[in-house]
Design a protein around this ligand. Structure first.
Ligand code: ZN
Length: 101
C-alpha cells in the first residue's frame, strides 16, 4: 500500500491530506491541479469495505452477551480503522472525472 501522487507534478500526498476527499475531488497543494478519484480506486475502496463488514459480523457472533452500545462502539472502531488506515491508501488520482462503471 502506498499513498497516491498528483497526476500533474507527482507530488506525494500526505496521509493527513487524504482523510477528507470531498466528492472524489482534491486539489494538489503544490501545483493546484484538480485531482479526481479514478473509478478503479473507488472500486477498490468498495471491495475493501466487504472484509470490514465480515469482521464486524464475526465479532458480533463471538461476543453475543454484550449490550448494544458496545456493538456500536466496536462498529465505530472498525469503521475508523477503515477510514484512517485503508481509505487513504486506496486513492488514485487522474485529471478528469470518471464514471463509476
Ligand atoms: Zn501537483
Amino acid at each position: 500500500m502506498r499513498l497516491p501522487v498528483c497526476w500533474s507534478c507527482q507530488y506525494k500526498f500526505k496521509w493527513s491530506e487524504l482523510l477528507f476527499v470531498i466528492e472524489g475531488r482534491k486539489t494538489c497543494p503544490l501545483c493546484s491541479a484538480k485531482q479526481y478519484v479514478t473509478s478503479h480506486s473507488k472500486w477498490l475502496q468498495g471491495w475493501a469495505f466487504i472484509p470490514l463488514i465480515l469482521f464486524y459480523w464475526i465479532t458480533v457472533m463471538f461476543t453475543l452477551n454484550v449490550s448494544f452500545p458496545v456493538y456500536l462502539v466496536i462498529g465505530l472502531l472498525y469503521f475508523g480503522a477503515y477510514w484512517f488506515l485503508i481509505l487513504p491508501y486506496q486513492y488514485e488520482f487522474t485529471d478528469e472525472k470518471q464514471q463509476l462503471v
